[in-house]
Design a protein around this ligand. Structure first.
Ligand code: F6P
Length: 533
C-alpha cells in the first residue's frame, strides 16, 4: 500500500531545497560548455524512442537527489501496489488497473474478463468494417458517432485522429458537448440509415452524454430506424444502458478499476478499433504494455516516466514554474494536449494529502499545448523573451507517414526551437548589434529555458501506445510523490450536481439561494432568453 508521508518533510526534499539555492542561477549554457558529453548522461534511448532531457536546469547531483527523493518516498512500493491491483484509489475503494487492459502476460481472473471483452471488440469491429453487421434497412454502416465526454471522448478521439493514416472507410465522429448548434450541423451530414451510435459512459448517468444519446435515439426513431441495431453502449451500468433500449449483447463492459481518463485501452476505445481495425488497436495496446514493462523494471535514473515526473516536480516545487507545455510536431496530434490535460489535471488537481491534511506544497501542474509549428507563430514569443519560464516537451517523429521533403523543414523547426530556448541568441547565431540600432536591446534573448525532446522513429499505433503510457505513468508518479489521491475527481462531480439544480431553476423560472453575482447573471439570462421551441 502507499506510504502517506508528507514529501516536504523528507530529508531528500530538504536536500533538494538546498541544492535549488545553488542551481537557481546556474545557466544551462555553462553546463553544456563545462561538459561536452552532457547528452550522454541525460538522455534515454529506449526502443524507437530517444528522450533527451539534457536541456534542463540539472546536473548529476540534481538527478541523484531527485532519485533519492523517489526512494525515500518508497516509489517502488507504490509502483508495485499499482500493478498488483491494490486498492490505491482509497477514497473510492478501488484498484487502478488500466495497465491490466494491455497486459498480455497476466493470468488473473480480471484478465480473463478483459480478454473476453477484447475478443468481443474484435468480432464486432470486424463485422462492422466488413459490412456484415447491418443496419435496419440491411445496409452496411458508413458513419460511427461516439457519444461521450471526458475520458469517454478525449482519449479515443485523440487516438482516432492520431492514427488517421491507418483509417478505413468508416467515418468516425465525436459528440461530447451539449451544444445543439454543433450537433445539428453533424446531423445534416449523416444518413440515419447507415449511422451507428456508440454511447460511451462508464456511469451511464453523465448528463451531457445521456442528453445527447436521447437526441440521437429520437433522431433514429424519427427516421424509422431500429434503435437496438443502431445504438450500442460501453458502460459499467448495464441496467441503465438496457433501460435506454440497448440490447444486452451490444453493451460492452467497463470496470470500476479503470478510471475514465485512463480508459481508452478498454471498450471505451471501440471507436478506435472500428476506425483503424482491431489489429492496429492491438498494436496500440502492445506499445503501452512495453512501456509498462520499462516503467516497472528500469532503474529510476533511466526510467522515462520517472525522470519526466521528477523533472516536473523539480520545476513545480522548487523553481515555482507553474505550467508546462507539450508541443507535438505532427498535425495528427492536435488533440493530444486536450487529452493530456484531463489525464494530468483531473488526476493531480488535489489539495488534500493521503493523510487527510491540506498540502503545504504545490501539486498538479497546469498542462497546455498546441502543435508545432503553429504554436511558434502563436505563443513562442513569450517562451523566448517573456518573464515566465515554461518547460516544454517537444515531440517529433524522424519519419513521416508519407515521404516528403517538407518533413525536414518541419523537423528543422523542431530542433531549432529547443536549441534557441537553450542558447538564446549567442554563439554561432549571435548577430553583431549595429551601433545605430536603437532597438538592439529588444532583440537579444538569454536562453536558459528548459525543455525535453522526444525523438520518435515514426507515429504508429505502437509508438503512440508507448507515448500515452509514458504520460499516464508520469502522472501516477507525480501524484504518488505529492502524496495525493490521483484517481478520484470529487471536484468535477460537485460541479455536475450544481448544474442540475440550476437547470431546474431555469426551467421553473425561479432563481433562488445564490450569491448576488450568480443571481444577477441568471436573472438576465432568463430575461433575455428568447426560446422559440
Ligand atoms: O464515462 P462517464 O461516466 O460518462 O464520465 C465521463 C467523465 O466525467 C468525469 O467523471 C468528470 O468529468 C470524468 O472523470 C469522466 O471521464
Amino acid at each position: 500500500m502507499f506510504v502517506k508521508d508528507n514529501p516536504s518533510g523528507t530529508v531528500s526534499w530538504e536536500h533538494l531545497r538546498n541544492h535549488f539555492f545553488e542551481m537557481q542561477y546556474v545557466k544551462m549554457q555553462e553546463l553544456f560548455n563545462e561538459d561536452k558529453d552532457r547528452i550522454k548522461k541525460f538522455h534515454i534511448r529506449w526502443k524507437d524512442f530517444i528522450v533527451d532531457f539534457s536541456k534542463n536546469r540539472i546536473n548529476d547531483t540534481t538527478l541523484r537527489l531527485l532519485v533519492d527523493f523517489a526512494n525515500e518516498m518508497k516509489l517502488s512500493q507504490g509502483i508495485e501496489a499499482l500493478f498488483n491491483g491494490e486498492l490505491i484509489n482509497e477514497t473510492e475503494k478501488r484498484s487502478v488497473l488500466h495497465t491490466a487492459l494491455r497486459d498480455t502476460k497476466n493470468k488473473s481472473a480480471v484478465t480473463e474478463e478483459i480478454k473476453e471483452t477484447l475478443f468481443r471488440i474484435k468480432m464486432f469491429s470486424d463485422k462492422v468494417i466488413k459490412g456484415e453487421y447491418r443496419s435496419t434497412s440491411d445496409k452496411p454502416f458508413t458513419d460511427i458517432v461516439n457519444v461521450g465526454i471526458g475520458g469517454s471522448d478525449l482519449g479515443p478521439k485523440m487516438v482516432v485522429e492520431a492514427l488517421g493514416n491507418y483509417r478505413n472507410h468508416l467515418k468516425t465522429h465525436f459528440v461530447s458537448n451539449i451544444d445543439f448548434d454543433a450537433i445539428d450541423e453533424l446531423l445534416k451530414k449523416l444518413n440515419p440509415e447507415t449511422t451507428l451510435v456508440i454511447v460511451v459512459s462508464k456511469s451511464f448517468t453523465t448528463k451531457e452524454t445521456i442528453e445527447n444519446a436521447i437526441l440521437f435515439k429520437n433522431w433514429l426513431i424519427a427516421h424509422k430506424q431500429d434503435v437496438s441495431k443502431h445504438i450500442i453502449a460501453v458502460s459499467t451500468n448495464n441496467n441503465e444502458a438496457q433501460a435506454f433500449g440497448i440490447q444486452e449483447q451490444n453493451i460492452f463492459p467497463m470496470w470500476d478499476f479503470v478510471g475514465g481518463r485512463f480508459s481508452l485501452w478498454s471498450a471505451v476505445g471501440i471507436s478506435i478499433a472500428l476506425s483503424v481495425g482491431y489489429a492496429h488497436f492491438e498494436d496500440l495496446l502492445k506499445g503501452a504494455e512495453s512501456m509498462d514493462e520499462h516503467f516497472k523494471q528500469e532503474s529510476f535514473d533511466k526510467n522515462i516516466p520517472v525522470v519526466l515526473a521528477l523533472l516536473s516536480i523539480w520545476y513545480n516545487n522548487f523553481f515555482g514554474f507553474e505550467t508546462e507545455v507539450v508541443i507535438p510536431y505532427a498535425n495528427k496530434l492536435t488533440d493530444f494536449p486536450a487529452y493530456l490535460q484531463q489525464v494530468t489535471m483531473e488526476s493531480n488537481g488535489k489539495n488534500i494529502d493521503r493523510a487527510q491534511n491540506p498540502v503545504n506544497y504545490q501539486t498538479g501542474t497546469i498542462v497546455w499545448g498546441e502543435i508545432g509549428t503553429n504554436s511558434q507563430h502563436a505563443f513562442f514569443q513569450l517562451f523566448h523573451q517573456g518573464t515566465k519560464i515554461i518547460p516544454v516537451d517537444f515531440i517529433g517523429f524522424i519519419n513521416p507517414f508519407n515521404e516528403s521533403d517538407m518533413h525536414d523543414l518541419l523537423m528543422a523547426n523542431f530542433f531549432a526551437q529547443s536549441e534557441a530556448l537553450l542558447n538564446g541568441k549567442v554563439g554561432n547565431y549571435a548577430e553583431q548589434p549595429q551601433e545605430d540600432d536603437v532597438n538592439a536591446v529588444y532583440k537579444g534573448f538569454l536562453g536558459n529555458r528548459p525543455s525535453n525532446t522526444f525523438l520518435i522513429e515514426k507515429l504508429t499505433p505502437e509508438s503512440l501506445g508507448k507515448l500515452l503510457a509514458i504520460y499516464e505513468h508520469k502522472t501516477f508518479v507525480q501524484g504518488y510523490l505529492w502524496n495525493i489521491y490521483s484517481f478520484d475527481q470529487f471536484g468535477v462531480e460537485y460541479g455536475k450536481k450544481l448544474a442540475e439544480s440550476i437547470r431546474e431553476e431555469i426551467q421553473n423560472k425561479h432563481i433562488k439561494g445564490h450569491d448576488c453575482s450568480t443571481t444577477f447573471l441568471l436573472e438576465n439570462y432568463l430575461k433575455y432568453r428568447k426560446k422559440t421551441l
